[in-house]
Design a protein around this ligand. Structure first.
Ligand code: NAD
Length: 210
């Protein structure tokens, strides 16, 4: 796997590389991801690009979090001073989405499996992003009226895709809400294409400098 990634790093006609997770047992995902040239890291998951994000420099940002921000912005919602709650603290989704909202001056709370009262946190949220991978974790009574609710979760129930938010009860309370399927998933793919373009430009700029 590392040889393959190195080979792709070396080929100038390849602009983007993504390691599809989870990897089979015995392969180290941290090592594999960090073998990617940071300028070709189109899912923004290398330590270098995540470090840039922590520093407030959004160069190549993970696709799902980027799509989440784009969808919130598309509603006309601004972040500054808003209460934003993220449920889920993974490196791929929860943490980067929290950082992106923090960079936009939201007041961010990051919840996870040890959060004592998710409902109390959710009811405070002007913006609620749910990325736990738990079907029906968030119900309408956990949502502030008028909130923007982004459901990142994907759960397969009887062969059908379902989110982490109970759409039927949540849609009665939320101001905006994304469906599953047809919400975050397509945006993630669109952001992957956009990141590939950004990566190609970074590589072109770097080649012209050297
Ligand atoms: P993960 O398993 O790495 O992380 C899940 C997080 O949720 C953890 O931080 C955990 O603490 C938290 N959590 C779990 N149970 C909880 C509970 N009961 N209460 C509060 N927090 C809880 O998952 P991930 O990679 O972040 O993905 C999350 C979900 O989003 C999954 O369903 C995944 O399939 C989906 N996903 C969708 C897309 C997309 O493009 N639509 C992309 C990435 C991930």
């Amino acid at each position: 796997l590392l040889d393959t990634i190195q080979g792709l790093n070396d080929r100038s006609e390849i602009h983007g590389i993504l390691v599809q997770l989870p990897l089979p047992d015995g392969l180290d995902s941290h090592e594999a991801i960090n073998a990617i040239d940071p300028m070709k890291d189109v899912d923004g998951c290398t330590t270098t690009n995540l470090g840039e994000l922590v520093s407030g420099n959004e160069r190549l940002v993970p696709c799902t979090p980027r799509g989440t921000i784009a969808m919130i912005e598309s509603t006309g919602t601004t972040f500054e001073g808003k209460t934003a709650v993220v449920i889920g603290r993974s490196i791929l989704v929860g943490k980067p989405v929290a950082l992106l909202m923090l960079n936009r001056h939201a007041v961010v709370t990051l919840c996870h499996s040890r959060t004592p009262d998710l409902g109390a946190e959710g009811r405070e949220a002007d913006i609620l992003v749910v990325a736990a991978g738990r079907r029906g974790l968030v119900t309408g009574d956990m949502i502030k009226p008028g909130a923007v609710v982004i459901d990142v979760g994907i759960n397969v129930v009887d062969g059908k895709l379902k989110g982490d938010v109970d759409f039927e009860s949540a849609k009665e309370v939320a101001g905006h809400i994304t469906p599953v399927p047809g919400g975050v998933g397509p945006m993630t793919r669109a952001m992957l294409l956009e990141n590939t373009l950004i990566a190609a430009k970074l590589q072109a700029d770097s080649a012209s400098e050297s």
